[in-house]
Design a protein around this ligand. Structure first.
Ligand SMILES: NC(=O)c1ccc[n+]([C@@H]2O[C@H](COP(=O)([O-])OP(=O)(O)OC[C@H]3O[C@@H](n4cnc5c(N)ncnc54)[C@H](OP(=O)(O)O)[C@@H]3O)[C@@H](O)[C@H]2O)c1
Length: 293
């Protein structure tokens, strides 16, 4: 298949650029200025030149706190850019896979979120992503929205890298222990995309393979629990580990509100596509192998 990837140097885009060619696909991985979601003519030009069988959008405005001040840009990329890709894929009659986020939910549900739960973003990032998801569904019924959370990888900025850096700088570290979710490694997301592509390319409008799906790692934990696992793995590789202190969200104020519950129920994608939530502890080992050695 000819797969056009939008967002080449992001965490997920980087893994897609590795995994898709390894699975036999012909891939065009793009980044601004070649394909800039703010410039429709670049999108049209890439579509015309490459003629993809499917488009995977890993690009987004992802700076959660900055988005609170940068509202227009967050919406221009996350809503309008996604809508544009939806229209362009529909115009040439190909499916699209798009990533979304736990931030579309308010985070106040006591149990894991399922796809049909009411959305209710509490910040600009989540609201702009949700607006994009809805616009895509309207523009291209042959689309998949993969909602994920707590994305990490050996590439790009993320919690694993922040913890390793802070662990080297400080003897003691406070980590939030009252937000619940599951780390999700970008290479596992790329594997899921590889698994989805054959069915989506062949499937007609109305196929159960299209729509919204949740996919994170498993098992659920807290940021504190994740930090413990990171430092246990780093210590096993000879790194100095700081003393960890469990703190609350109130102890760590941020500009944008974080959902207290980011747990996404991933049973639908397992039932429909046979894709199961990967154990993040194995992925963390792979990641630490790259980052710590
Ligand atoms: N990170 C998380 O914890 C998390 C959690 C849940 C869901 N997600 C979702 O998962 C997806 C991938 O996230 P990620 O962590 O891989 O993101 P990331 O590392 O921040 O990468 C985002 C990519 O989007 C590109 N981009 C930004 N503006 C663009 C534009 N105007 N045109 C084209 N490309 C543009 C960026 O390019 P530049 O670097 O050149 O700007 C970058 O390559 C996103 O949809 C995100 O919302 C992420």
């Amino acid at each position: 298949m000819r797969v056009l990837v939008v967002g080449r140097i992001g965490q997920v885009g980087t893994e897609l650029a590795l995994k898709l060619p390894a699975s036999g696909h012909e891939v065009l991985s793009t980044e601004p200025p070649e394909l800039d979601l703010l410039k429709p003519e670049t999108v049209r030009a890439c579509f015309e030149a490459f003629r993809p069988d499917i488009v995977v959008n890993a690009a987004a405005y992802t700076a959660v706190d900055k988005a609170e001040d940068d509202i227009d840009l967050a919406y221009a990329i996350n809503r309008d850019g996604t809508a544009l890709l939806g229209r362009e894929t529909a115009r040439i009659g190909v499916p699209m896979i798009h990533f979304s986020t736990d931030y579309v939910f308010a985070g106040d549900k006591p149990t894991p979120y399922v796809e049909s739960d009411p959305t209710g973003p509490v910040g600009i990032y989540g609201a702009s992503k949700l607006a994009g998801d809805l616009a895509l569904a309207e523009a291209n019924p042959r689309s998949v929205v993969l909602r994920t959370a707590w994305v990490c990888s050996a590439h790009g900025g993320n919690f694993v890298k922040t913890m390793l850096r802070l662990g080297r700088e400080r003897p003691e570290l406070g980590v939030v222990a009252d937000q619940h979710g599951a780390p999700t490694f970008a290479d596992d997301l790329a594997d899921a995309v590889v698994a989805l592509i054959p069915r989506l390319v062949a499937a007609p409008v109305g196929d159960a393979g299209f729509g919204v799906f949740h996919l994170t790692g498993q098992p659920f934990t807290t940021w504190y629990g994740f930090a413990e696992a990171i430092f246990a793995g780093a210590a096993a590789r000879g790194e100095k580990a700081p003393i960890l202190r469990a703190i609350t969200t109130a102890d760590y104020p941020t500009k944008a509100t974080r959902p207290a519950n980011s747990r996404l129920d991933c049973s639908r994608i397992a039932a429909v596509h046979g894709v199961r939530a990967a154990d993040w502890r194995g992925a963390l080992e792979r990641c630490l192998g790259v980052l710590v050695g």
